[in-house]
Structure formats: C-alpha cells, structure tokens
Write a protein that binds this ligand. Structure first.
Ligand SMILES: Nc1ncnc2c1ncn2[C@@H]1O[C@H](COP(=O)(O)OP(=O)(O)OP(=O)(O)O)[C@@H](O)[C@H]1O
Ligand SMILES: [Mg+2]
Length: 447
C-alpha cells in the first residue's frame, strides 16, 4: 500500500481527509480543503503528543483549590458578561462582524487598565500604531502604561511579553498572526490552532489575561477552526444592527461564570460606552397605533420593554406570513390557534410581525403580546400604552406562566404601566392591576 505523504484539511472546521474534497463532508463548506505536507502534519500533532512522565494523577481530596483572582476591566457591562471581572490568566475570545466595535472596546479596556499603572500590551496585526493612536485619542485611552506592538509574528510577540511584566494583552486579531513553527498561511486552521495553544500556555504560565479578537464568517461563527472556541476559557460575541447604536455582547462559553448575562453598549463618538437605563430604551411613546402591543422581555437578568407591531391585511393571493425579530414558525402556530379558537378567518389575510428597533426575541413569553398586536391590527383598534402582555401560548391555547414574572412586573411598575395581562397572579404585591388570562380565547375581553 502507498504511504500517505500529504493530508487535506478543511480550513473551516479542521476536518482531515486523505483525499481532496470539493465540499467538506464534516461541515459542508465548499472549497475549503488545503493540502498539508508531512512536516505540517507533524507540527500540528506535536502539541497533542507531548508527554511528561513525571506527572501522576492525585486523589481530588488532596488537591488544593485554586483561587480565582478577578480585576475590573473598567467597563461595568464587560465585567458583567465575564461573570464579575476579568480572571487573571484567562484567555478570552471576542468575535463579531467587521466594524462592530471589537477594537474600540478592547482599546478602551486596555486604556482603563493602563490608567491604573498596570502594563498592557496591545498587539495589532491589522492597523498601524498611528491609526491606533488616533483611536486612543478619541477614546481617551492615552496612558503611559499602554504599549502598542504592530506585529504579526508570534515568536516576536512572545519575546516582547517576556521582556516586560504585563497584566493584560490584547491580540487584534488572531487571524493575522503567524508562527515560524508552522509553515501554513496566517489564518489557516493549523496556524490559528497552534497560536491559540501557545497563547493559552503564556496566559496560564505568566498569569496574564489575554483577549483575542477573532473575525467571523458570513454564517456568524468565528473564522478558523471551531476548536478555537473549545481551547479558550471564554467566548464572547458582539451582536447588533449596524444601523443602531446599541451593541450587545453575549457570552457563549464561560469557564468562570454564567453565560446568561448580556452586556449592553452604545456606540458614541467617544467609543463604546456602557448603555444606561436600557429597560425603556426601545419604547418610550405615550400612545400606540393600532397593531402595536407592549411586552417585557428578559435579556440576561435585565427586563426590557419592547413593542410588537403587527400588520394584518386582506390577502389577494396566497396569504403571506412574515416576521422580523420573532420566529416565523411560531407566528404560524399562533395564527393557526387564533383561527381555531377565536374563529378568525386569518387564512385570507396577510400577517406581518415586527419587533421594534431591530431586536430579536427568542423567548416565548411575548406570545400573548404578539396575539394582542395581531388582534389590534385586525380590528383596527388601538391598545393602551399603559398595558403590557405577558404569557407563553401553548398549542392547546393555554397561556403558560413566564419565568421572572415578578421582575418583569416590577419593571413595568417602575416604568409607570397600569395594567398587566398575565398568565398567573403575582406572588408579591405590585402597584399595577394584574388580570390573569389562562386561555387564548379570553384575551378578547381585555382588548
Ligand atoms: N469618529 C467616530 N465617531 C463615532 N463612531 C466612530 C468613529 N470612528 C469609528 N466609529 C465607529 O467605530 C466602528 C469601528 O469600530 P472598530 O474598528 O472597533 O470595529 P472592529 O470590530 O474592530 O472592526 P474590524 O473587524 O474591521 O477590525 C465604526 O463602525 C464606527 O461605527
Ligand atoms: Mg478591529
């Protein structure tokens, strides 16, 4: 049998095959297979095969627990997403679409830490020092302890790290770096994997927190191997509509905290700043038009008031159903339910749903508000801007309870709402009239 001399590796997921493939059989990406030489294969495997015979397994009871030391990044929202601050010696990956504000946020954080007289290294493979300086002026991140290094060679970067005692390092971005030890091009699976492995070693051995910026692909995942996400301690993604100032920083993985919290930022002239009072950010009108209903969604532990808009019009052909910010299948389900339980002839109507301000809602707690908005548009009757609708609708037409009901109602109370249509009675007292509706057909009584 002929010996395998080369191997083909998918640049999207790291899948290896002895033959070239037009489409990766593992992740389905087209034209992503790159040929690796025997030398490259050996290097790729080297990190995995290293062994140290002196290490022996120990009973867990004999192991002393390690202290987790955190420090503040100077940004309340980033600290929240990280689970209470940056953990020393951790490797944090931040991804997001181009221009969303990754460099802006991390340069500001670098400035915040440097302000406390701690050394920070900002490595940029994408921008010149002059460009970064310009941004630093805008963000007010000009401090003596912030060091800039325009470098793409990993060995040179590590040499610099060893020269000075740094508390924080920012790598902008992982896809631009290359290591001398790996012959493939920057951004390739082997490069990204080996560089991340090296950075992990640096972070752990020198106890330095390292932020890595990663570009994302068209599909929204971090470009390069998926393995990158497995290797690092924390994975954060920036989300947001390019037309809006609000940016959300979501945690997808966190070895040192929960992944429920979301950081909310605002893009301003002086960079990304922590958004203040976000609960009424997306709704502050005093009057509603017909077709609008209000609800409260939870973003992590924070309630946010949202406006659901519906447009129901007679259809002259095949009825259209379209939603933005809300699941289309769920909309179809709710319409079928209205047709069955309320005898509405919705199959002859087009129905469009929109959650205002480009917000995406994935929790079903706003089902009742969606139904209210559809009914409001269908009957062309306005709803009160002082009423909120909360409740998940089941296939049988039952209204189910929603998580964190009390927290949502408390927020509604603070925002001056007077009436709440809820699936269950509140367990604590709130200064807002609550009406329990447990069946979808009963909703009409409150419209
Ligand atoms: N003078 C300015 N005033 C206000 N906003 C600005 C200004 N200059 C840049 N911005 C904003 O900053 C954004 C760029 O942010 P940044 O460079 O941090 O993005 P990035 O995520 O690092 O992008 P890339 O992936 O291209 O590196 C722009 O989209 C713009 O909205
Ligand atoms: Mg950038």
């Amino acid at each position: 049998m002929a010996k395998i001399k080369t191997i083909f590796e998918c640049q999207a997921c790291g899948f290896q095959s002895p033959k070239w493939l037009g489409k990766c059989t593992n992740c389905g990406t087209w034209d992503s297979m790159v040929e690796l030489s025997l030398e490259e294969i050996k290097i790729a495997q080297k990190s995995h095969n290293s062994s140290n015979s002196k290490i022996k397994a120990k009973p867990i009871t004999e192991i002393e627990k390690e202290e987790i030391n955190r420090f503040s990044s100077g940004s309340r929202e980033l600290d929240l997403v990280l689970g209470g601050g940056v953990v020393e010696g951790s490797l944090i990956l931040i991804g997001g679409s181009p221009g969303i504000g990754k460099s802006t946020l991390l340069l500001k954080v670098a400035g915040n830490i440097a302000k406390q007289k701690k050394n920070v290294l900002y490595v940029s493979g994408e921008e010149s020092t002059g460009q970064i300086k310009l941004r630093a002026n805008r963000l007010k991140a000009n401090y003596d302890n912030l060091y800039l290094l325009p470098e793409i060679n990993l060995e040179n970067i590590i040499e610099e790290i060893n020269k000075n005692s740094y508390s924080l390092i920012v790598i902008d971005s992982i896809q631009t770096l290359y290591s001398n030890e790996t012959p493939s091009a920057p951004g390739s699976v082997t490069q990204v994997r080996n560089i991340t492995f090296e950075l992990m070693r640096v972070a752990k051995s020198l106890n330095i927190a390292i932020f890595i910026i990663g570009h994302i692909t068209k599909e929204g995942s971090i470009a390069g191997p998926r393995i990158l996400e497995h290797m690092v301690d924390t994975v954060l993604y920036f989300e947001g509509d390019a037309n809006l100032e609000i940016r959300l920083l979501r945690s997808f993985k966190n070895r040192f905290g929960s992944t429920n919290e979301v950081g909310i930022f605002e893009m301003t002239k002086s960079g990304l700043v922590d958004a203040k009072t976000i609960s009424n950010r997306f709704f502050n009108k005093s009057k509603l038009a017909s077709g609008s209903a209000l609800s409260i969604m939870m973003e992590g532990s924070r309630p946010i008031i949202i406006e659901i808009q519906a447009l129901v019009t007679e259809s002259y052909s095949h009825p259209k159903r379209s939603s933005s910010g809300f699941d289309n299948n769920r909309l179809n389900m709710l319409l079928a339910l209205l047709e069955k339980k309320l005898d509405l002839p919705l199959s002859t109507y087009d129905v469009f749903i929109n959650v205002s301000e480009g917000i995406r809602v994935s929790e079903p707690s706003i089902d009742l508000a969606v139904i209210a908005s559809i009914l409001s548009s269908y009957r062309d009757r306005e709803l009160s801007s002082k009423t909120i609708f909360l409740g998940e609708v089941s296939l049988t037409g039952e209204i189910r309870e929603v998580p964190s009901l009390m927290q949502r109602l408390k927020e509604a109370e603070t925002q001056g709402f007077q009436k709440a249509i809820v699936p269950t009675a509140p367990i604590e007292e709130v200064d807002i009239k609550c009406y329990v509706v447990n069946e979808v057909s009963k909703i009409v009584e409150w419209m």
